[in-house]
Design a protein around this ligand. Structure first.
Ligand SMILES: Cc1cc2nc3c(=O)[nH]c(=O)nc-3n(C[C@H](O)[C@H](O)[C@H](O)COP(=O)(O)O)c2cc1C
Length: 175
């Protein structure tokens, strides 16, 4: 097996893709060989020593293709160090109860494969780029009522810190 780490992601409007790139860059700076790929391009996990997988949250869930990826690759992911991250807007909210709720959105992933580490990152809200009219309306109300604010809420320092900590966690072989 090679010494390569795969950072795979699902995305709709690229904010998760850019987080995956940042994670990959940090892992590489820490001496790992890394490949970053959208999950649609990943057909075989055999070449990788460890896998990091991320998805944005839509309607309180990972994107369907991301959870399907875990389901399809459950056996392979269970044998290797596997880390998961999610990107969402609830983590921008002041009320910490919403943060606790967001942590539970990874439960379906945990039930399939227990990650060695989990990353929770605030994302981007750009209402014009949202394809569904219904979601656009819901998000406009959220902005009017002060629940969410439009813009890029990604905390690159927190993302790099998680990735840096990950380097060690991905080294350890699965018990
Ligand atoms: C259709 C839709 C549904 C969303 N649902 C949620 C949600 O339930 N909870 C949340 O915190 N964020 C939600 N978000 C915010 C996204 O997780 C956030 O915009 C993320 O940065 C998008 O990632 P991407 O650019 O990689 O697609 C939603 C966004 C969209 C477009």
């Amino acid at each position: 097996m090679s010494d390569k780490i795969l950072v795979a992601y699902a995305t709709r409007t690229r904010s998760t893709a850019e987080i995956a790139q940042a994670i990959s860059a940090t892992l590489a700076e820490n001496g790992s060989q890394v490949e970053v790929r959208p999950i649609q391009e990943v057909t075989d996990l055999e070449p990788y020593r460890a896998i990091v997988l991320g998805s944005p949250i839509h309607d309180k869930k990972w994107l369907p293709e991301a959870i399907e990826f875990v389901r399809q690759n459950q056996a392979a992911l269970s044998e290797k160090p596997f880390a998961a991250f999610m990107v969402c807007m609830a983590l921008t909210m002041k009320n910490q109860n919403y943060h606790q709720m967001a942590v539970e959105w990874l439960a379906p992933v945990r039930r399939l494969v227990e990650p060695v580490s989990e990353g929770f990152f605030a994302g981007v809200l750009d209402i014009e780029s949202v394809s569904s009219a219904l979601h656009q309306s819901i998000f406009r109300v959220s902005v009017w009522t002060g629940v969410w604010a439009e813009g890029d809420h990604r905390n690159w320092e927190a993302i790099r810190a998680w990735a840096s900590d990950l380097s060690d966690k991905l080294q350890a072989p699965k018990p």
